[in-house]
Design a protein around this ligand. Structure first.
Ligand code: 2BA
Length: 109
């Protein structure tokens, strides 16, 4: 058994939930915050048997889009913040950041 941990953008979260449940995957969603943008994202926990991992990855790939986002950089250390005009820079976010972990045991009581 594997645990798939997938960090996705909030915008893709409902679509991905529906697609996974339509294909009989069981999911738990956590409201999370990205360390870089400090914005909300959604982390899915998907427990499944090994033979279904590829199918789950395909569904995640299909339902999570890559997007560009503008970020305002913080003022440089030691710089004069009054005269500093942050120039937004573009970062590419997503589609999904996925970890596949082995599950040692699984219990439902
Ligand atoms: P954030 O940490 O908010 O990062 C959002 C996007 O900002 C990243 O998109 C990446 O394009 C950019 N970024 C992140 N750290 C950067 C840095 N130090 N310098 C320049 N650009 C940077 P993604 O790579 O698609 O990641 C989307 C979200 O997935 C992340 O949100 C974070 O919540 C999660 N994530 C990504 N890699 C991870 C990892 N190795 N471990 C845990 N969570 C991860």
């Amino acid at each position: 058994m594997k645990m798939i941990v997938a960090v996705v953008q909030d915008k893709d979260s409902n679509r991905l939930t529906d697609a996974l449940s339509d294909n009989n995957f069981k999911t738990t969603k956590l409201a999370t915050t990205g360390g870089f943008l400090k914005e909300g994202n959604t982390t899915f926990m998907i427990g499944c048997e090994d033979q279904y991992v590829d199918e789950a990855l395909e569904i995640i790939k299909k339902n999570c889009s890559q997007r560009e986002q503008m970020v305002a950089p913080i003022s440089p250390m030691g710089g004069n913040a009054d005269s500093y005009i942050p120039k937004p820079v573009k970062v590419e976010v997503g589609g999904a950041t996925v970890f596949v972990l082995p599950v040692e045991s699984f219990f439902q009581f």
